[in-house]
Design a protein around this ligand. Structure first.
Ligand SMILES: O=C(O)C1=C[C@@H](OP(=O)(O)O)[C@@H](O)[C@H](O)C1
Ligand SMILES: C=C(OP(=O)(O)O)C(=O)O
Length: 441
Protein backbone atom coordinates (compact mmCIF):
# COMPACT_ATOMS: atom_id res chain seq x y z
CA UNK A 1 0.00 0.00 0.00
CA UNK A 2 1.39 3.38 -0.93
CA UNK A 3 2.02 5.82 1.91
CA UNK A 4 0.64 9.33 1.47
CA UNK A 5 1.47 12.36 3.60
CA UNK A 6 -1.27 14.55 5.05
CA UNK A 7 -0.40 17.15 2.45
CA UNK A 8 2.04 17.40 -0.41
CA UNK A 9 4.07 20.53 -1.17
CA UNK A 10 4.75 20.83 -4.89
CA UNK A 11 7.43 23.31 -5.98
CA UNK A 12 7.17 25.54 -9.06
CA UNK A 13 8.52 23.76 -12.14
CA UNK A 14 10.40 25.44 -15.02
CA UNK A 15 9.15 23.12 -17.71
CA UNK A 16 7.45 19.80 -18.38
CA UNK A 17 9.12 17.11 -20.42
CA UNK A 18 9.30 13.34 -20.49
CA UNK A 19 7.34 10.16 -21.00
CA UNK A 20 4.73 8.57 -18.74
CA UNK A 21 3.45 5.02 -19.00
CA UNK A 22 -0.25 5.28 -18.11
CA UNK A 23 -2.08 3.05 -15.64
CA UNK A 24 -5.01 1.06 -17.06
CA UNK A 25 -8.33 2.71 -17.83
CA UNK A 26 -10.78 2.70 -14.94
CA UNK A 27 -13.81 2.61 -17.24
CA UNK A 28 -12.45 -0.32 -19.24
CA UNK A 29 -11.11 -2.22 -16.19
CA UNK A 30 -14.37 -2.28 -14.26
CA UNK A 31 -16.44 -3.12 -17.33
CA UNK A 32 -14.12 -6.00 -18.26
CA UNK A 33 -14.15 -7.35 -14.70
CA UNK A 34 -17.94 -7.51 -14.64
CA UNK A 35 -18.26 -8.90 -18.18
CA UNK A 36 -15.60 -11.54 -17.43
CA UNK A 37 -17.47 -12.51 -14.26
CA UNK A 38 -20.75 -12.87 -16.18
CA UNK A 39 -19.24 -14.67 -19.17
CA UNK A 40 -18.82 -18.33 -19.97
CA UNK A 41 -15.15 -19.27 -19.82
CA UNK A 42 -11.98 -17.89 -18.33
CA UNK A 43 -10.67 -14.41 -19.13
CA UNK A 44 -7.01 -13.47 -18.93
CA UNK A 45 -6.91 -9.71 -18.30
CA UNK A 46 -3.71 -7.76 -18.92
CA UNK A 47 -2.82 -4.34 -17.46
CA UNK A 48 -5.87 -4.04 -15.22
CA UNK A 49 -5.87 -0.75 -13.30
CA UNK A 50 -4.67 -1.09 -9.69
CA UNK A 51 -6.73 1.42 -7.72
CA UNK A 52 -9.52 1.86 -5.18
CA UNK A 53 -12.25 1.68 -7.85
CA UNK A 54 -11.03 -1.63 -9.29
CA UNK A 55 -10.32 -2.97 -5.80
CA UNK A 56 -13.96 -2.54 -4.73
CA UNK A 57 -15.10 -4.30 -7.91
CA UNK A 58 -12.69 -7.21 -7.40
CA UNK A 59 -13.73 -7.58 -3.74
CA UNK A 60 -17.43 -7.46 -4.61
CA UNK A 61 -17.01 -10.14 -7.26
CA UNK A 62 -15.10 -12.29 -4.79
CA UNK A 63 -17.92 -11.94 -2.25
CA UNK A 64 -20.36 -12.96 -4.97
CA UNK A 65 -18.45 -16.21 -5.41
CA UNK A 66 -16.57 -15.27 -8.60
CA UNK A 67 -13.15 -16.86 -8.63
CA UNK A 68 -10.24 -14.77 -9.81
CA UNK A 69 -6.50 -14.77 -9.36
CA UNK A 70 -3.84 -12.12 -9.66
CA UNK A 71 -0.68 -13.38 -11.35
CA UNK A 72 2.04 -12.65 -8.80
CA UNK A 73 2.41 -8.93 -8.19
CA UNK A 74 1.51 -8.06 -11.77
CA UNK A 75 -1.64 -6.45 -13.14
CA UNK A 76 -2.55 -9.64 -14.95
CA UNK A 77 -5.73 -11.24 -13.59
CA UNK A 78 -7.49 -14.47 -14.46
CA UNK A 79 -11.27 -14.35 -13.96
CA UNK A 80 -13.30 -17.56 -14.02
CA UNK A 81 -16.65 -16.67 -15.56
CA UNK A 82 -19.91 -17.73 -13.94
CA UNK A 83 -21.96 -17.88 -17.13
CA UNK A 84 -24.32 -15.45 -15.39
CA UNK A 85 -25.18 -17.84 -12.52
CA UNK A 86 -23.91 -16.68 -9.15
CA UNK A 87 -23.22 -19.27 -6.45
CA UNK A 88 -23.73 -16.70 -3.67
CA UNK A 89 -27.30 -15.44 -3.28
CA UNK A 90 -26.79 -13.13 -0.34
CA UNK A 91 -24.05 -10.53 0.08
CA UNK A 92 -23.26 -7.15 1.55
CA UNK A 93 -21.11 -5.21 -0.92
CA UNK A 94 -18.95 -2.14 -0.24
CA UNK A 95 -18.65 -0.02 -3.37
CA UNK A 96 -16.44 2.82 -2.09
CA UNK A 97 -17.11 5.78 -4.36
CA UNK A 98 -16.91 3.84 -7.62
CA UNK A 99 -19.76 4.75 -9.96
CA UNK A 100 -18.46 2.19 -12.47
CA UNK A 101 -18.87 -0.52 -9.82
CA UNK A 102 -22.16 0.25 -8.07
CA UNK A 103 -24.25 1.15 -11.11
CA UNK A 104 -23.51 -1.86 -13.36
CA UNK A 105 -23.54 -4.26 -10.37
CA UNK A 106 -26.96 -2.98 -9.28
CA UNK A 107 -28.42 -3.78 -12.68
CA UNK A 108 -26.68 -7.16 -12.96
CA UNK A 109 -27.71 -8.27 -9.45
CA UNK A 110 -31.29 -7.08 -9.95
CA UNK A 111 -31.42 -9.14 -13.15
CA UNK A 112 -29.87 -12.24 -11.57
CA UNK A 113 -31.92 -11.94 -8.35
CA UNK A 114 -30.94 -12.64 -4.75
CA UNK A 115 -30.57 -10.74 -1.51
CA UNK A 116 -27.89 -8.10 -1.86
CA UNK A 117 -27.05 -4.81 -0.15
CA UNK A 118 -24.84 -2.23 -1.82
CA UNK A 119 -23.36 0.76 -0.05
CA UNK A 120 -20.30 3.00 -0.16
CA UNK A 121 -18.48 5.95 1.37
CA UNK A 122 -20.63 8.85 2.56
CA UNK A 123 -20.32 10.73 -0.75
CA UNK A 124 -21.55 7.63 -2.60
CA UNK A 125 -24.74 7.98 -0.57
CA UNK A 126 -25.18 11.47 -2.05
CA UNK A 127 -24.65 10.38 -5.67
CA UNK A 128 -27.94 9.74 -7.50
CA UNK A 129 -28.98 6.27 -8.62
CA UNK A 130 -32.76 6.82 -8.77
CA UNK A 131 -33.07 6.84 -12.57
CA UNK A 132 -31.46 3.39 -12.72
CA UNK A 133 -33.54 1.97 -9.86
CA UNK A 134 -36.73 3.37 -11.45
CA UNK A 135 -35.86 1.77 -14.81
CA UNK A 136 -35.30 -1.62 -13.17
CA UNK A 137 -38.23 -1.55 -10.74
CA UNK A 138 -40.57 -0.59 -13.60
CA UNK A 139 -39.87 -3.98 -15.21
CA UNK A 140 -40.30 -6.03 -12.07
CA UNK A 141 -37.01 -5.71 -10.17
CA UNK A 142 -37.21 -5.32 -6.42
CA UNK A 143 -34.79 -2.64 -5.28
CA UNK A 144 -35.33 -0.59 -2.11
CA UNK A 145 -33.52 2.38 -0.67
CA UNK A 146 -32.36 1.81 2.88
CA UNK A 147 -31.30 5.46 3.33
CA UNK A 148 -32.45 8.44 1.27
CA UNK A 149 -34.82 7.70 -1.64
CA UNK A 150 -32.91 8.01 -4.90
CA UNK A 151 -29.48 7.26 -3.40
CA UNK A 152 -27.48 4.27 -2.15
CA UNK A 153 -27.47 2.25 0.10
CA UNK A 154 -29.68 -0.19 -1.79
CA UNK A 155 -31.29 -3.50 -0.94
CA UNK A 156 -31.90 -5.76 -3.92
CA UNK A 157 -34.31 -8.68 -3.56
CA UNK A 158 -35.37 -11.31 -6.04
CA UNK A 159 -37.87 -9.72 -8.43
CA UNK A 160 -39.80 -11.03 -11.41
CA UNK A 161 -38.29 -9.38 -14.41
CA UNK A 162 -40.37 -8.91 -17.54
CA UNK A 163 -37.80 -6.84 -19.31
CA UNK A 164 -38.64 -6.66 -22.99
CA UNK A 165 -38.76 -2.87 -22.95
CA UNK A 166 -36.91 -0.64 -20.50
CA UNK A 167 -36.81 3.12 -20.32
CA UNK A 168 -34.10 5.15 -18.63
CA UNK A 169 -33.29 8.83 -18.22
CA UNK A 170 -29.88 9.81 -19.53
CA UNK A 171 -29.49 13.35 -18.21
CA UNK A 172 -27.87 12.63 -14.81
CA UNK A 173 -25.35 9.92 -15.68
CA UNK A 174 -24.64 7.74 -18.70
CA UNK A 175 -23.67 4.98 -16.27
CA UNK A 176 -27.36 4.09 -15.83
CA UNK A 177 -27.68 3.23 -19.52
CA UNK A 178 -24.32 1.43 -19.41
CA UNK A 179 -25.59 -0.61 -16.45
CA UNK A 180 -28.80 -1.64 -18.24
CA UNK A 181 -26.95 -2.48 -21.45
CA UNK A 182 -24.47 -4.74 -19.64
CA UNK A 183 -27.23 -6.48 -17.66
CA UNK A 184 -29.62 -6.83 -20.62
CA UNK A 185 -28.40 -10.27 -21.80
CA UNK A 186 -29.19 -11.61 -18.29
CA UNK A 187 -32.74 -10.24 -18.30
CA UNK A 188 -34.64 -12.21 -20.91
CA UNK A 189 -32.59 -14.85 -22.65
CA UNK A 190 -35.21 -15.80 -25.23
CA UNK A 191 -36.56 -12.34 -26.02
CA UNK A 192 -35.17 -9.16 -27.47
CA UNK A 193 -34.58 -6.50 -24.80
CA UNK A 194 -35.03 -2.89 -25.89
CA UNK A 195 -33.71 0.03 -23.88
CA UNK A 196 -35.02 3.50 -24.66
CA UNK A 197 -33.35 6.66 -23.50
CA UNK A 198 -35.79 9.25 -22.20
CA UNK A 199 -34.70 12.82 -22.87
CA UNK A 200 -31.12 13.91 -23.21
CA UNK A 201 -28.17 11.52 -22.85
CA UNK A 202 -24.96 12.96 -21.35
CA UNK A 203 -21.40 11.65 -21.54
CA UNK A 204 -22.16 9.72 -24.75
CA UNK A 205 -18.68 8.38 -25.53
CA UNK A 206 -18.85 6.17 -22.42
CA UNK A 207 -21.69 4.26 -24.10
CA UNK A 208 -19.34 3.51 -26.98
CA UNK A 209 -16.89 1.93 -24.50
CA UNK A 210 -19.73 -0.21 -23.13
CA UNK A 211 -20.93 -1.37 -26.56
CA UNK A 212 -17.39 -2.05 -27.73
CA UNK A 213 -16.56 -4.25 -24.73
CA UNK A 214 -19.91 -6.08 -24.85
CA UNK A 215 -19.05 -6.92 -28.46
CA UNK A 216 -15.64 -8.24 -27.36
CA UNK A 217 -17.57 -10.57 -25.03
CA UNK A 218 -19.82 -11.78 -27.86
CA UNK A 219 -22.95 -9.64 -27.41
CA UNK A 220 -24.03 -7.29 -30.17
CA UNK A 221 -26.43 -4.41 -29.71
CA UNK A 222 -28.57 -2.89 -32.45
CA UNK A 223 -29.02 0.81 -32.03
CA UNK A 224 -31.03 3.69 -33.28
CA UNK A 225 -28.64 6.58 -32.65
CA UNK A 226 -28.59 7.45 -28.95
CA UNK A 227 -32.32 6.89 -28.55
CA UNK A 228 -32.88 3.17 -28.52
CA UNK A 229 -30.75 0.06 -28.07
CA UNK A 230 -31.93 -3.49 -28.80
CA UNK A 231 -30.18 -6.59 -27.49
CA UNK A 232 -31.30 -9.48 -29.72
CA UNK A 233 -32.47 -12.65 -28.00
CA UNK A 234 -30.30 -15.64 -27.24
CA UNK A 235 -27.00 -13.88 -26.65
CA UNK A 236 -24.69 -14.83 -23.81
CA UNK A 237 -21.40 -13.32 -22.78
CA UNK A 238 -18.52 -15.47 -23.91
CA UNK A 239 -14.98 -14.80 -22.80
CA UNK A 240 -12.67 -13.50 -25.53
CA UNK A 241 -9.90 -15.52 -23.81
CA UNK A 242 -7.34 -12.81 -23.37
CA UNK A 243 -8.02 -9.08 -23.20
CA UNK A 244 -5.86 -6.02 -22.69
CA UNK A 245 -6.80 -2.83 -20.83
CA UNK A 246 -5.76 0.40 -22.55
CA UNK A 247 -4.06 3.15 -20.59
CA UNK A 248 -6.47 5.62 -18.98
CA UNK A 249 -7.21 8.55 -21.30
CA UNK A 250 -8.54 10.74 -18.46
CA UNK A 251 -5.30 10.15 -16.53
CA UNK A 252 -3.41 11.09 -19.70
CA UNK A 253 -4.99 14.55 -19.66
CA UNK A 254 -2.81 15.89 -16.82
CA UNK A 255 0.46 15.07 -18.56
CA UNK A 256 -0.69 16.24 -21.97
CA UNK A 257 -1.88 19.51 -20.46
CA UNK A 258 1.51 19.86 -18.75
CA UNK A 259 3.22 19.53 -22.14
CA UNK A 260 0.81 22.06 -23.65
CA UNK A 261 1.41 24.56 -20.81
CA UNK A 262 5.10 24.21 -20.10
CA UNK A 263 7.16 23.38 -23.17
CA UNK A 264 7.05 19.67 -23.57
CA UNK A 265 7.21 17.44 -25.35
CA UNK A 266 5.36 15.23 -22.90
CA UNK A 267 4.42 11.82 -24.16
CA UNK A 268 1.95 9.35 -22.66
CA UNK A 269 2.12 5.70 -23.56
CA UNK A 270 -0.82 3.31 -23.42
CA UNK A 271 -3.44 5.26 -25.38
CA UNK A 272 -3.38 6.63 -28.89
CA UNK A 273 -5.20 6.87 -32.12
CA UNK A 274 -6.85 3.45 -31.71
CA UNK A 275 -8.33 4.15 -28.29
CA UNK A 276 -11.96 3.27 -27.52
CA UNK A 277 -12.06 5.98 -24.81
CA UNK A 278 -13.85 9.23 -25.57
CA UNK A 279 -11.42 11.13 -23.36
CA UNK A 280 -8.73 10.93 -26.04
CA UNK A 281 -10.71 13.77 -27.60
CA UNK A 282 -9.27 15.93 -24.83
CA UNK A 283 -6.42 16.57 -27.27
CA UNK A 284 -8.82 18.41 -29.60
CA UNK A 285 -9.37 20.96 -26.83
CA UNK A 286 -5.61 21.30 -26.31
CA UNK A 287 -5.14 21.81 -30.05
CA UNK A 288 -7.80 24.52 -30.04
CA UNK A 289 -5.83 26.15 -27.24
CA UNK A 290 -2.78 26.18 -29.52
CA UNK A 291 -0.80 23.12 -28.48
CA UNK A 292 0.76 20.73 -30.97
CA UNK A 293 -0.41 17.13 -30.60
CA UNK A 294 1.11 14.11 -32.27
CA UNK A 295 -0.30 10.61 -32.00
CA UNK A 296 0.72 7.05 -32.70
CA UNK A 297 -1.27 3.86 -32.34
CA UNK A 298 -0.44 3.69 -28.67
CA UNK A 299 1.00 7.07 -27.65
CA UNK A 300 0.13 10.76 -27.62
CA UNK A 301 2.50 13.69 -27.30
CA UNK A 302 1.84 17.35 -26.49
CA UNK A 303 4.03 20.40 -26.74
CA UNK A 304 3.54 24.15 -26.36
CA UNK A 305 3.59 26.85 -28.97
CA UNK A 306 3.74 29.88 -26.71
CA UNK A 307 0.81 31.24 -24.74
CA UNK A 308 -2.35 29.10 -24.67
CA UNK A 309 -5.42 30.49 -26.40
CA UNK A 310 -8.55 30.88 -24.30
CA UNK A 311 -11.31 28.40 -25.17
CA UNK A 312 -15.10 28.51 -25.06
CA UNK A 313 -16.53 25.05 -25.68
CA UNK A 314 -19.04 22.36 -24.77
CA UNK A 315 -17.37 19.64 -22.70
CA UNK A 316 -20.32 17.30 -22.18
CA UNK A 317 -18.57 14.51 -24.09
CA UNK A 318 -15.43 14.59 -21.87
CA UNK A 319 -16.60 15.57 -18.38
CA UNK A 320 -13.61 14.09 -16.53
CA UNK A 321 -10.82 15.46 -18.72
CA UNK A 322 -12.62 18.82 -18.82
CA UNK A 323 -11.46 19.46 -15.25
CA UNK A 324 -7.91 19.51 -16.60
CA UNK A 325 -8.91 22.25 -19.08
CA UNK A 326 -10.30 24.34 -16.21
CA UNK A 327 -6.83 24.43 -14.61
CA UNK A 328 -4.98 24.78 -17.94
CA UNK A 329 -7.18 27.86 -18.46
CA UNK A 330 -5.03 29.61 -15.80
CA UNK A 331 -2.37 29.90 -18.51
CA UNK A 332 -4.59 31.17 -21.31
CA UNK A 333 -4.59 34.63 -22.91
CA UNK A 334 -8.14 35.44 -21.74
CA UNK A 335 -11.23 33.98 -20.05
CA UNK A 336 -12.17 30.40 -20.93
CA UNK A 337 -15.68 28.96 -20.64
CA UNK A 338 -16.45 25.30 -20.02
CA UNK A 339 -20.08 24.62 -20.95
CA UNK A 340 -22.54 21.80 -20.38
CA UNK A 341 -20.74 20.19 -17.43
CA UNK A 342 -23.73 20.03 -15.06
CA UNK A 343 -22.87 16.40 -14.20
CA UNK A 344 -19.84 17.76 -12.30
CA UNK A 345 -22.25 18.59 -9.47
CA UNK A 346 -23.02 14.93 -8.71
CA UNK A 347 -19.57 13.37 -9.00
CA UNK A 348 -16.90 12.78 -6.33
CA UNK A 349 -17.78 16.22 -5.01
CA UNK A 350 -19.69 19.17 -6.44
CA UNK A 351 -16.90 19.76 -8.92
CA UNK A 352 -18.21 23.11 -10.19
CA UNK A 353 -18.23 24.56 -6.68
CA UNK A 354 -14.93 22.93 -5.68
CA UNK A 355 -13.18 24.03 -8.87
CA UNK A 356 -14.42 27.62 -8.47
CA UNK A 357 -13.28 27.82 -4.84
CA UNK A 358 -9.82 26.40 -5.46
CA UNK A 359 -9.11 28.31 -8.70
CA UNK A 360 -9.94 31.54 -6.86
CA UNK A 361 -7.28 30.69 -4.24
CA UNK A 362 -4.73 30.78 -7.08
CA UNK A 363 -5.92 34.27 -8.08
CA UNK A 364 -8.25 33.36 -10.96
CA UNK A 365 -11.57 35.10 -11.48
CA UNK A 366 -14.28 32.45 -11.67
CA UNK A 367 -17.91 32.68 -12.66
CA UNK A 368 -19.93 29.63 -11.73
CA UNK A 369 -23.26 28.66 -13.33
CA UNK A 370 -25.57 25.69 -12.85
CA UNK A 371 -23.73 23.84 -15.62
CA UNK A 372 -20.79 25.99 -16.64
CA UNK A 373 -17.60 27.58 -15.37
CA UNK A 374 -15.80 30.67 -16.69
CA UNK A 375 -12.17 31.03 -15.67
CA UNK A 376 -10.32 34.33 -16.01
CA UNK A 377 -6.59 33.79 -15.55
CA UNK A 378 -4.76 35.81 -12.90
CA UNK A 379 -1.83 38.08 -13.88
CA UNK A 380 0.31 35.91 -11.66
CA UNK A 381 -0.65 32.52 -10.17
CA UNK A 382 -0.51 32.72 -6.37
CA UNK A 383 0.79 30.11 -3.94
CA UNK A 384 -2.10 28.27 -2.31
CA UNK A 385 -3.11 25.24 -0.29
CA UNK A 386 -5.60 23.36 -2.43
CA UNK A 387 -8.38 21.37 -0.79
CA UNK A 388 -9.24 18.21 -2.71
CA UNK A 389 -12.69 17.21 -1.37
CA UNK A 390 -11.80 13.50 -1.57
CA UNK A 391 -11.82 13.96 -5.34
CA UNK A 392 -8.87 12.39 -7.17
CA UNK A 393 -9.27 14.74 -10.11
CA UNK A 394 -9.10 17.86 -7.92
CA UNK A 395 -5.77 16.60 -6.54
CA UNK A 396 -4.39 15.68 -9.94
CA UNK A 397 -5.38 18.70 -12.01
CA UNK A 398 -4.22 21.31 -9.49
CA UNK A 399 -0.64 20.00 -9.72
CA UNK A 400 -0.59 21.84 -13.09
CA UNK A 401 -0.63 25.21 -11.30
CA UNK A 402 3.05 24.67 -10.41
CA UNK A 403 4.15 24.91 -14.04
CA UNK A 404 5.76 27.91 -15.72
CA UNK A 405 3.74 28.44 -18.88
CA UNK A 406 4.82 30.67 -21.75
CA UNK A 407 2.57 33.44 -20.55
CA UNK A 408 2.60 32.93 -16.82
CA UNK A 409 4.67 31.66 -13.92
CA UNK A 410 3.41 28.75 -11.87
CA UNK A 411 3.69 28.76 -8.13
CA UNK A 412 4.16 26.55 -5.10
CA UNK A 413 1.02 24.51 -4.51
CA UNK A 414 0.12 22.51 -1.43
CA UNK A 415 -2.22 19.61 -2.18
CA UNK A 416 -4.19 18.71 0.92
CA UNK A 417 -5.17 15.04 1.41
CA UNK A 418 -3.38 13.77 -1.70
CA UNK A 419 -4.32 10.16 -0.98
CA UNK A 420 -7.62 10.61 -2.84
CA UNK A 421 -5.69 9.98 -6.08
CA UNK A 422 -5.84 6.28 -5.16
CA UNK A 423 -9.36 6.18 -6.63
CA UNK A 424 -7.88 5.89 -10.13
CA UNK A 425 -4.12 6.68 -10.06
CA UNK A 426 -2.26 5.80 -6.84
CA UNK A 427 1.17 6.72 -8.31
CA UNK A 428 0.05 10.03 -9.80
CA UNK A 429 2.41 12.34 -7.93
CA UNK A 430 5.47 10.22 -8.75
CA UNK A 431 4.49 10.29 -12.42
CA UNK A 432 3.94 14.07 -12.29
CA UNK A 433 7.33 14.61 -10.57
CA UNK A 434 9.01 12.67 -13.38
CA UNK A 435 7.90 15.24 -16.00
CA UNK A 436 7.91 18.47 -13.92
CA UNK A 437 11.48 19.65 -14.36
CA UNK A 438 13.59 22.34 -12.78
CA UNK A 439 16.71 21.90 -14.86
CA UNK A 440 17.10 23.96 -18.04
CA UNK A 441 16.64 21.68 -21.12
O1 LIG B 1 -19.09 4.96 -17.66
C1 LIG B 1 -18.02 5.38 -17.21
O2 LIG B 1 -16.99 4.66 -17.15
C2 LIG B 1 -17.94 6.77 -16.74
C3 LIG B 1 -18.89 7.69 -17.13
C4 LIG B 1 -18.82 9.13 -16.77
O3 LIG B 1 -19.85 9.36 -15.83
P1 LIG B 1 -21.28 10.07 -16.19
O4 LIG B 1 -21.93 9.28 -17.23
O5 LIG B 1 -21.98 10.01 -14.86
O6 LIG B 1 -20.96 11.46 -16.63
C5 LIG B 1 -17.48 9.51 -16.18
O7 LIG B 1 -17.55 10.77 -15.55
C6 LIG B 1 -16.99 8.49 -15.18
O8 LIG B 1 -15.75 8.84 -14.62
C7 LIG B 1 -16.81 7.14 -15.85
C1 LIG C 1 -16.81 10.62 -12.07
C2 LIG C 1 -15.83 9.78 -11.83
O1 LIG C 1 -15.97 8.55 -11.27
P1 LIG C 1 -17.15 7.49 -11.14
O2 LIG C 1 -16.73 6.35 -12.02
O3 LIG C 1 -17.19 7.12 -9.70
O4 LIG C 1 -18.42 8.12 -11.62
C3 LIG C 1 -14.43 10.14 -12.15
O5 LIG C 1 -13.55 9.25 -12.13
O6 LIG C 1 -14.14 11.31 -12.45
Amino acid sequence: MKHYPHHLDLQPAMHAQGTVRLPGSKSISNRILLLAALAQGTTDIHDLLASDDTHVMLMALQKLGIQWEQIGETQQYIVHGSGGMLSVHQADLFMGNAGTAIRPLTAALAAIGGDYTLHGVSRMHERPIGDLVDALNAVGASIEYTGQPGYPPLHIRRGHLHAQRLQVKGSVSSQFLTALLMAAPLMARDQVVTIEVIGELISKPYIEITLNLMRRFGVTVERDGWQSFAIPAGQNYISPGSIHVEGDASSASYFLAAGAIAGGPVRVEGVGRDSIQGDVRFVEALERMGATITMGDNWIEAKSNGVLQAIDADFNHIPDAAMTIAVAALYANGPSTLRNVGSWRVKETDRIAAMATELRKLGAGVEEGADYLRVTPPKQIRSAAIDTYDDHRMAMCFSLATLNGAGRKGNAVRINDPKCVAKTFPEYFDAFASIARNDLF
